[in-house]
Design a protein around this ligand. Sequence first.
Ligand SMILES: [Zn+2]
Ligand SMILES: [Zn+2]
Length: 672
Amino acid sequence: MTTLNGSHQHGSNGKVKPCLRVIPLGGLHEIGKNTCVFEYGDDLMLVDAGLAFPSDGMHGVNVVLPDTSYLRENQKRIRGMIVTHGHEDHIGGIPHHLKNFQIPIIYGPRLALSMLSGKMEEAGVMDRTILQTVSPREVVKVGSSFQVEFIRNTHSIADSFSLAITTPAGVVVFTGDFKFDHTPVDGEYFDIQRMAHYGEQGVLCLFSDSTNAELPGFTPPERSVYPNLDRHIANAEGRVIVTTFASSVHRVSMILELALKHGRKVGLLGRSMLNVIAKARELGYMRCPDDLFVPIKQIRDLPDRETLLLMTGSQGEPLAALSRISRGEHPQVQVKNSDTIIFSASPIPGNTISVVNTIDRLMMLGARVVYGKGEGIHVSGHGSQEDEKLMLALTRPKFFVPVHGEHRMLVAHAKTAQSMGVPADHTLIIDNGDVVELTPDSIRRGDPVKAGIELLDASRNGIVDVRVLKERQQLAEDGVITLLAVISTDGVMAAPPRVNLRGVVTTADARRLSIWAEREITWVLENRWSQLCRNSGGKAPDVDWVGVQREVELGLQRRLRRELQVEPLIICLVQPAPAGTPAYKGRADAEPDNRPPQRSRRDGGREISREIVRDGGRTATAASPTATAASPTALAATAAPVAASPAAVAPPVEDREPAGRTRRRRSAALAG
Ligand SMILES: [Zn+2]
Ligand SMILES: [Zn+2]
């Protein structure tokens, strides 16, 4: 067996023997992107791979994934993956990961894998792995070290499992997301007997869901929202609009049942709502007649009292159906005074502000909005303290690791375990990337592996790295200043810099900024030019324009920070001018505004050919030298590309920023 760093401990006989390593790469100190690695010897098994949604300040980021460097480095050892249930925070990352590393086979419940296969098809990775559905109590073998039994549990999505993982070090129970719901909507009961069976045999370690570890009592059963939803729908005078998580299959089932009961036809809005209902009905997790549904375009022809619209947007997601309706931007649905709008969900931490804003807008449009804890129209899918105690009582683990939750939830859960007799030194509170090392009689924290986040932008293809994110934050918070400098290949500022501000709040006027820019350019040319310019033997000098840009940017940045306490993003573009272009002296010494700038001619009066510029029959007369110096646009018309010889005729540039060439250069520099 190969020796892995930190994966071995010395046994009592002095021989090195492997231990079980459990490494969460996501899902700790946060809610979302649950991703967990199990390792024993040469075998590596993944449990779930979710995604999270961006927090404020992650501009343009659509999806947050865990850093998977560790998995990429160890992909040869990945034997397979286990999926516990179909929530985005457990399966959402898989299609992306399949583009980056090999997962030979994925085992999971039918509903989750059916949702996953849709996502994989969309991502074009259908052929990268095998999807293998499992039934309750089925046992699968992963590598030579893991045997995983799927134990039916109850959660807000149908077809959800806890796992009993038998390893050479002992049995680990991994709860997945759960609560104890003794009256499940779909009649699929929590397999408490099986859990107790493992408890009886001896559980080495319990990894348990901590989402509601701060809440006392049991989480109420899903059925408890039924009478309240029933009452609100019964009392509605006009249309009923309900929003909930599309993946809350039980909730959606009940809403459809109530629509049927109250003689309302159902219109569905939102892609995920349509997808999940189609999959759940196809697999038999939701039962209702086909004619309950009416396409959204036709539902307007029905009386309001006979319609119910079920849609996405319970989290205030800007593009979801209900959010668009609240902004009056939905092509098919407008709010009416008689509407009753029911929020059958509670905001995930971080979404609260967008949710309350949506509610405000809907109320301002005249709708009656039903929301909030007091209404009894939402219950969590995660167990509270008493559910967690029941799990601890059933499994009676030797060691305990709280997972799936923010730090304070993990701490609360650890306290609950201690109140039930799990010694404090048998409990580990860990972070993403920490390594839990388990032997039959010990638990300890090993050396951590690389963990962090990967951010995907709207295309879901590009990874937004930390630098890009910082630039976006800077843009959003302090705006951007672009600065166009015209510099000749022999190191002379050939025109006044042009400064543009976007979203920058400052007391300085454009003239002051442009004087500062001049000073920075002058300084760079006087002090840095020799380093930035390599003279390659008589020919045109080889100028590091990107270096020039960077020096000017840095200088101006420092000055703005010092003088104005602002930190906008600064983008300097350099338009190179041919050697010998007359120098623009600058206004740095506070000359009157209308005084024509002084010019000096270097190289003993060598003239640039600037009388006539021709291009494809069009003829433009270039500006006179005086006008040229005062106007960078006109001068730019005469500037030759750096690589070309100074004598070459430059292409004409109309009255716009001569930015094409330099901008490309800059983006090339960014890409590099
Ligand atoms: Zn879940
Ligand atoms: Zn979850």
